[in-house]
Design a binder for this molecule. Structure first.
Ligand code: BGC
Length: 251
């Protein structure tokens, strides 16, 4: 029998989910989407999550559910809230979601989910060494995966660099829009960022995700790094795939 799990990705504007074959990474249903409730407070997000799961056909009470979320996840507790409502800090989100859905739910940091998906099913398959996934969106998310093993909650988007206490404020996709940067100007900030990561961690491969990675041909060629850098393969679905794959491993 095919091993399946539901993957859900909770983002700033939308909550997306699908049923996934966790051996191949194939989507077995369409990708369902519901807008993230205004303010994204915990109880509202939990009830929207229940609605979203209800839309997905062919699942049983035993189908694992994985949820990718933009915060540090410490044993199911959301520890940080950089770009989300502060009420998530130190919340037992795992219990909130599991109680609302009346079934176990497994939470994972959104960038960790995306990175894990790219290693299992995408741009970083079979890399013998450290892979660093960097998602460029409202913030900067990072995932460190060494020979298939995820080192969770790396949070390197908050590196202090060039006078910015948290470099995501300088180099995220939202920062580019906020500051009206050309691709060349943005690439100069990305160069500082990836150059620093490369010097500190000596990865074998960088994988770049987030919505803007669709336009990676406009900025990746402007970077001058020793490390190979490639766009994510599963642009919009990496979070869903990774959350499902992590949930299936730990059921
Ligand atoms: C958060 C990370 C998250 C990233 C991308 C950062 O601000 O601290 O936990 O992975 O944004 O959503």
């Amino acid at each position: 029998m095919t091993e399946t799990a539901v993957g859900i990705d909770i983002g700033g504007t939308g909550m997306k989910g699908a049923l996934i074959d966790v051996e191949t990474g194939e989507k077995l249903t369409e990708r369902y989407r519901i807008p993230t409730p205004e303010g994204a407070r915990p109880a509202d997000v939990a009830s929207t999550l229940a609605e979203l799961v209800d839309l997905i056909p062919d699942i049983s009470k035993r189908t694992p559910i994985g949820v990718a979320f933009p915060a540090v996840i410490d044993n199911g507790i959301t520890r940080t809230a950089s770009n989300i409502d502060p009420s998530w800090i130190d919340l037992d989100a795992d219990s909130l979601f599991s109680d609302t859905l009346n079934r176990p739910v497994r939470l994972v940091n959104d960038a960790d989910a995306a990175g894990f998906a790219e290693v299992r099913f995408g741009a970083a398959q079979g890399v013998k060494g450290l892979v660093i996934m960097v998602t460029l969106g409202t913030g900067i998310g990072t995932a460190l995966i060494h020979k298939g093993h995820l080192i969770p909650n790396s949070e390197l988007g908050h590196l202090e660099l060039d006078g910015y206490p948290s470099y995501e404020k300088a180099a995220s996709s939202a920062a580019r829009e906020r500051d009206g940067l050309s691709m060349q100007q943005w690439a100069e900030r990305l160069q500082r960022y990836f150059g620093k990561l490369e010097a500190l961690l000596q990865p074998k491969l960088f994988v770049v995700g987030g919505g803007i990675s669709k336009k990676s041909d406009k900025f990746l060629p402007l970077l001058d790094l020793r490390t190979k850098i490639v766009p994510a393969v599963h642009l919009n679905s990496a979070g869903i795939l990774g959350a499902a794959a992590r949930a299936a491993r730990n059921k």
